[in-house]
Every structure is written in structure tokens, then in C-alpha cells.
Design a protein around this ligand. Structure first.
Ligand code: GDP
Ligand code: IMO
Ligand code: MG
Length: 427
């Protein structure tokens, strides 16, 4: 009964989409367990290039069933558009299911996300403005509306009426906006519900029964550990847990059922949005990595901040998640660099520390302590065997393995499914 979680190990966009698409070849079930359409997972395979926001990246095989778990916040309009796009391009989405417990992103969530960000001014989080924070806040405040509510007219209308009354009070009195219309939202969302009805269902039974039958289940994370509201760079975080613990909670399985936890690391680091980023490169090397790696947000198109691999953050991420293996992606992006740096400690207030501090001001003040390794300065995109990588690339990977305390079982040398070195099969 292997249940393998695929977890973003730094600040998101590590290449989870590519890795899940690859591993799903041997999976029966793929479950997205957190986030919402703030995520953008790129998959390049025989069907073409896709930027998935909600549909699990394992949707491309005829043998996989895909689930959007209870831990995901679903914007039904985005989901329907994504399903239509996949269908148009020849991908069957009839085996896609949405947990009836998944919370919905409503129009007021998107409005409030924008208004709250604007009110924060220079201290804005830099959210994707998809309504994620307000939707997960409502879940915690017991004001959420769930996918299952769309299946019962009376339940949905009553719920919407009572929640919207409170949201309109905030919109009109705090933000001086016009109130939203219950009738309009009802009509729009009831329409979504009718289109999604055959996909919305109780899903924890499906996942647990698959595991009982010893089928292979992949749990697809969104975002990354350092965006976790508990362990990330709070308040510059997202609002649901991207971590391995979040996989149990967001898919509806108990922790003992997880048999493997795969970290997805980039061979360097990136971050989109605000918040501390100790190894950020604001120089030519940073620009070069951004250009070579086309480092622009999959969801918002914003340029990603680029920097050296932060092994202090990686070790912290590894300890908190319990990685059994790592997929290291985008190694090829470093092909032209004469030397590479890895951050092995921070300097804070004259002291050298090897832990990731909680205080946001502390992390802002941390100066990276670097170790330098030679680059390989040759193209590695066509290599498929670890032994054939240049010795410098092998040394770089070995050092990352040592520092992150987990074996690099998969190494990705290009965005396509086949541009991968598999050192140990995960299923
Ligand atoms: P995710 O959110 O973790 O799924 O990652 P994104 O899709 O947002 O960003 C990862 C980007 O890296 C995408 O454009 C992928 O196509 C690309 N990618 C993934 N693996 C590799 C790799 O090994 N090399 C290169 N050059 N690009 C990669
Ligand atoms: P994937 O799954 C990278 C970042 C935003 C912002 C912060 C909060 O593609 O790796 P939110 O909209 O969640 O309230 O924004 O989190 N963020 C991501 N950064 N990859 C993502 O997803 C992200 N999802 C959210 O940029 O800094
Ligand atoms: Mg992404």
C-alpha cells in the first residue's frame, strides 16, 4: 500500500508538476492535498505543455484516477476552464473527482485578497490574489462554503445568504465597496455545481480503499515548506500546509499510511512574492539564472527572485517533513556557471548559526555563509545516467544529499518527462 507524498521543499515552483507527471506512470490514484489555484504546476508530455492550477498532474494516464482533496480550496470557474482545456487537448477528465469537503473560493475571497493586499501597502505579502488567504480564513472561522454544498439548493442558498451578509458588511463598511448580490452569486455557482455534480463526492473512502487494495497512491503537494503558515517565513506565507503532515490532513488518510516522502528541490532557490530570502542574488548571476531557467511565475507571470541553494533551509525542511528521497530539478540551468555556491550556515548578529530562525526580522538579517564548488560548464540535458554526469555535477549532488540528509533518487535535467535521471525507482 504505498502512499507517496511529493512535497515542495523550499518556496514552491520546484518542479512538483513534472515529478508527479513522471511518477504517476506507476500510480493508480493521484490526490492534490493543499493550496488552490495559487499553484501553477507545469507538465510537459506527449499531450503538450500544461500549466495546471487545480487538476492533479497525474491526469495524463488512462490508468490514473485523480482527486482534488478536502485540503484544497477550489475556484470552480478555474477548475471548469482547466477541465475544458484538457478535454479540448485530448486528455480525459472523467476520472477526476473533487472532495465534497473541499472549500470553495467565492467572489468575495478574491475581492478581499486584493483589498487586504492593497491595505498592507509596502508590507503586502505579494499573494497571487486568487482569494486563498480569505478562503482558508473562512474555513478556520467556520464561514466556508464547501463543494458538497453545491449539490443541495436549499443548503447552498441558506449558507450563501448568511455568509454574504457578513462579507457585505465588511465590503461596504470597511472598504466602502458596493455589496455583492446573493442572487447573482447563487446563479453563477449553482451553474458551476450543475456542471461539476458528477465529479463531487466523498473521496476519503476512495483513497483509503485504494490503499487497502495495495494500490499506489501519489499525494501531490502545492507550494513549498517555507510557505507553510506554521514553519515558513510567516507572515509571508500561504494559508494551507504544503508539508507532508498536510498531505494526511488534506487527503484524508492517517499518517501511518504514508510510506514515502519525496522532497522536490531545485538545484538552486527561487521565491515569488515578498518575504526574507537569505541567498537571493540581486546581481548578474541572479539574472542569468532567471534567464536560463525562464524563472517567471506559472500563475502570475511575475519574475521569480533567484538565489543559491540554501542548505540551512533545506535541512530544516528535511527534518520537518521526514524526506525519504529527493528529486533535484533544474540541474541543467546551472550548466554555464564556472562556480556554484551552497549556503551552509547563516551569520546573525556576529554569530554563525545553522538553524532557520522563526523571527522574520532575524531571517532578514541573516547573511549566508557559502561553500564554493566548481561548475561543470557543459550541457547535461541529454544525459540519462547518473554515472555519465560530469564529475563536478555528481559532486554537487553528493554535497546536497549530505547537507539535506536525504538521497537524491531523481535528478531532472530538463522540463520534459524524459529529461530525467532515475537512480532508484520510487514505486
Ligand atoms: P511546480 O509549481 O513545483 O510544479 O513548478 P512550476 O511548474 O511552477 O515551475 C517549474 C518550472 O521548471 C516549469 O517551467 C517546468 O517546466 C520547469 N522544469 C522542471 N524541471 C526542470 C528541469 O529539470 N530543467 C529545466 N530547465 N526546467 C525544468
Ligand atoms: P506552486 O504549487 C510559489 C506564494 C505567493 C505569495 C505567498 C502567498 O506552483 O509551487 P497566496 O496566493 O498563496 O496567498 O500567496 O505564497 N505562492 C507561491 N509561490 N509557488 C506556488 O505554488 C505558490 N503559491 C503561493 O507568491 O508569496
Ligand atoms: Mg508553480
Amino acid at each position: 500500500m504505498p502512499a507517496i507524498a511529493v512535497v515542495g521543499a523550499h518556496w514552491g515552483d520546484e518542479g512538483k508538476g513534472k515529478i508527479v507527471d513522471l511518477l504517476a506512470e506507476k500510480a493508480n490514484l493521484v490526490v492534490r492535498y493543499s493550496g488552490g489555484d495559487n499553484a501553477g504546476h507545469t507538465v510537459i508530455n506527449d499531450y503538450g505543455e500544461f500549466r495546471l492550477h487545480l487538476i492533479p498532474s497525474g491526469m495524463f494516464y488512462p490508468h490514473t484516477t485523480c482527486i482534488i482533496g478536502n485540503g484544497v480550496a477550489v475556484n470552480p470557474a478555474v477548475l471548469l476552464a482547466e477541465m475544458a482545456d484538457l478535454t479540448r487537448r485530448g486528455v480525459d477528465t472523467s476520472r477526476l473527482f473533487v472532495s465534497d469537503r473541499a472549500h470553495l473560493i467565492m467572489p468575495y475571497h478574491i475581492l478581499l485578497d486584493g483589498l487586504e493586499e492593497a491595505a498592507l501597502g509596502s508590507k503586502a505579502v505579494g499573494t497571487t490574489r486568487k482569494g486563498i488567504g480569505p478562503a482558508f480564513s473562512d474555513k478556520a472561522a467556520r464561514l466556508g462554503i464547501r463543494a458538497g454544498d453545491l449539490l443541495d439548493k436549499e443548503v447552498f442558498l441558506n449558507r450563501l445568504r448568511s455568509v454574504l451578509e457578513r462579507k457585505n458588511a465588511i465590503l461596504t463598511r470597511v472598504y466602502r465597496m458596493k455589496p455583492l448580490s446573493v442572487e447573482e452569486i447563487f446563479r453563477q455557482y449553482w451553474g458551476y455545481g450543475e456542471q461539476l455534480a458528477s465529479h463531487i463526492r466523498e473521496t476519503t473512502g476512495m483513497v483509503n480503499e485504494a490503499l487497502d487494495k495495495k494500490e499506489a497512491v501519489l499525494l501531490e503537494g502545492a507550494q513549498g515548506t517555507l510557505l507553510d503558515p506554521d514553519f515558513g517565513t510567516y507572515p509571508y506565507t500561504t494559508s494551507s500546509s504544503p508539508m507532508a503532515g498536510g498531505a494526511c490532513q488534506g487527503a484524508g488518510i492517517n499518517p501511518l499510511r504514508i510510506t514515502g516522502i519525496i522532497a522536490v528541490f531545485k538545484a538552486y532557490c527561487t521565491r515569488v512574492g515578498g518575504g526574507a530570502f537569505p541567498t537571493e542574488l540581486k546581481d548578474e548571476t541572479g539574472n542569468l539564472i532567471r534567464d536560463r531557467g525562464h524563472e517567471y511565475g506559472t500563475t502570475t507571470g511575475r519574475p521569480r527572485r533567484c538565489g543559491w541553494f540554501d542548505a540551512v533551509a533545506a535541512r530544516y525542511s528535511s527534518r520537518l517533513n521526514g524526506y525519504t528521497g529527493a528529486a533535484i530539478t533544474r540541474l541543467d540551468v546551472l550548466d554555464t556557471l564556472p562556480e556554484l555556491r551552497i549556503c551552509v550556515a547563516y551569520k546573525l548578529g556576529g554569530k554563525t548559526i545553522d538553524f532557520f530562525p522563526a523571527g522574520i526580522n532575524d531571517l532578514e538579517k541573516c547573511e549566508p555563509v557559502y561553500e564554493e564548488l566548481p561548475g561543470w560548464q557543459t550541457s547535461i540535458s541529454d544525459i540519462r545516467k547518473f554515472e555519465q554526469l560530469p564529475v563536478e555535477a555528481r559532486r554537487y549532488i553528493a554535497r546536497l544529499e549530505e547537507l539535506c540528509a536525504c538521497p537524491a533518487t531523481v535528478i531532472s535535467v530538463g522540463p520534459k518527462r524524459e529529461q530525467t535521471i532515475i537512480r532508484k525507482h520510487i514505486f
